[in-house]
Design a protein around this ligand. Structure first.
Ligand SMILES: Cc1cc2nc3c(=O)[nH]c(=O)nc-3n(C[C@H](O)[C@H](O)[C@H](O)COP(=O)(O)OP(=O)(O)OC[C@H]3O[C@@H](n4cnc5c(N)ncnc54)[C@H](O)[C@@H]3O)c2cc1C
Length: 446
């Protein structure tokens, strides 16, 4: 494609930011449209001056290779901080300490038998040895393991206990969906990486990566794209900013919004059937995230994270004590701890229906103290995030389809986003780089 051509990108999350960065580096004229007043999409940080924390994505790992590469390219090395790895795993009244990547705390876990532990170790060793073939976000590599749900696979190849007490707590607290509903492909990779997994964030939050990628790109903020129309060889983008509709003509478009947000954009031309079917059938799970402050003194001996395990009914996905997790990546008043409560998909959908936020805060704190009795009875609400479309649902077969679809991306409208890959910042960044390569004709693997 001619480098004088103009490329419009919809969405300034990690996928759009990555696409813009790679195209700009190749010399293209790039313009990004973002409906919000902030960059980063679901990696956005809450910041009221006194309190700052990540509202969505809050960490990356040592198996996010593109993010790692970009950290160095964008001079972000000094902003990276490693996170606490010690967690509290709770099954009803029993709380156990577990440290990611630590055999001692694994061996001491109370919920499962020695036999289950040996099964888990053996299965993890086998997957660790296959690492070369495992990639958390490449649709091509994930498609090779896209044959059953996590629940089915873990129960059949390991055991019911291993599934309930070790696999589920490594997935559901982070993605909020049920392991019955999603492909085992991603979990296979996670298990193959578990032995030496490390977790990191940026001092000023996860949106730093998108902010840096977009540092020199032309941006239209608070600009909601509502229509795309074909005009001879060009595509006209209509967008609304401050209630005023404007248009701009471009040669190609990269759509880097969540799949269901694309449904709100009207188009006067036909997309390829494979792509449009994939986009329109994409399902998302919900997540409500409520944040509170408490007196630090009252929680000082607690873990940084609390996750449920085993088969019991709890609405809690995760409880995070931010200072314990990493005090240098947040802001909170002296003497206070900041606590986030993340709710699983189904109870989140019920909470989203309630308009009264005070009531939602109250219910969520009650859920939190019922789950974890060490938490103080009183907490001060800070912020509430109700997301209907938090995480794309990785149904069985979805990676296989994504793998086919990605190779059809050679027309005027190219799609990028975590739903083309796996719901992570790395997945979004890689999909953006892939979309950019479809424009420039550069040969890269996803
Ligand atoms: C609660 C939560 C916790 C998470 N935790 C982690 C984590 O710890 N680590 C991790 O790796 N991942 C995590 N994720 C996933 C990660 O945030 C996403 O995979 C990633 O942000 C997806 O990037 P994206 O660019 O595809 O989409 P988004 O980040 O959603 O960006 C899309 C952008 O498009 C914009 N947009 C939408 N419609 C329009 C329109 N019509 N016009 C203009 N702009 C539009 C949106 O405003 C948004 O800025 C988490 C997600 C959630 C919700």
């Amino acid at each position: 494609m001619n480098k004088n051509n103009k490329i419009g990108i919809i969405g300034a999350g990690p996928a759009g930011a990555s696409a813009a960065y790679y195209l700009q580096k190749e010399g293209y004229d790039v313009t990004v449209f973002e409906k919000e007043s902030f960059i980063g999409g679901r990696t956005h940080a809450y910041n009221d001056g006194e309190i700052r924390f990540d509202t969505g994505a809050s960490f990356f790992t040592n198996f996010y290779p593109l993010l790692k590469e970009l950290v160095t390219k964008l001079n972000l090395d000094d902003e990276v901080i490693e996170l606490e790895r010690r967690v509290g795993l709770r099954y009803k009244d029993v709380l156990a300490e577990f440290t990611f990547g630590d055999l001692k705390t694994f061996w001491r876990l109370p919920f499962i038998t020695r036999k289950d532990k040996l099964i888990m170790i053996w299965s993890t060793i086998k997957l660790t040895l296959q690492r070369r073939n495992l990639d958390l976000v490449s649709p091509e590599k994930l498609a090779k393991y896209d044959d059953s749900s996590i629940a089915e696979w873990a129960t059949n190849t390991m055991s019911e206990n291993v599934y309930q007490y070790l696999i589920r707590p490594g997935v559901e607290p982070f993605w909020y969906f049920s392991c019955n509903d999603v492909s085992r492909a991603m979990t296979t990779v996670l298990q193959g990486r578990a032995a030496d997994a490390k977790f990191y964030t940026f001092k000023k939050g996860m949106s730093r990566i998108s902010e840096k990628l977009l540092a020199n790109v032309e941006l239209h903020m608070k600009s909601t794209v509502n229509q795309l129309s074909k005009k001879e060889n060009k595509i006209e983008i209509s967008y609304i900013k401050d209630n005023i509709e404007s248009t701009i003509e471009v040669d190609k478009i990269i759509v880097a919004t969540p799949a269901n947000a694309f449904q709100n954009i009207s188009i006067n031309f036909k997309l390829e059937k494979g792509i449009s079917d994939f986009i329109s059938t994409q399902k998302y799970v919900s997540n409500v995230h409520a944040t509170f402050t408490v007196n630090e003194e009252e929680v000082k001996n607690m873990f940084a994270y609390y996750y449920p395990c085993g088969e019991w009914k709890t609405p809690i996905g995760a409880i995070v004590l931010h200072k314990q997790k990493c005090k240098d990546s947040i802001k909170v008043p002296e003497g206070k701890e900041l606590i986030s409560v993340f709710i699983l998909d189904k109870p989140s959908r019920e909470l989203i229906e309630i308009d009264d936020d005070e009531e939602v805060f109250k219910r969520i704190w009650e859920m939190a103290i019922t789950f974890e009795g060490k938490l103080p009875k009183e907490a001060k609400p800070v912020a509430l995030f109700k997301r209907n479309n938090a995480i794309p649902l990785h149904e069985v077969g979805r990676y296989t389809t994504a793998n086919k679809i990605k190779n059809q991306q050679n027309k005027d409208v190219i799609f990028a986003g975590d739903y083309m890959s796996c719901a992570t910042v790395e997945g979004a960044l890689r999909s953006g780089r892939w979309a950019a390569a479809q424009v420039s004709g550069k040969k890269i693997s996803f």
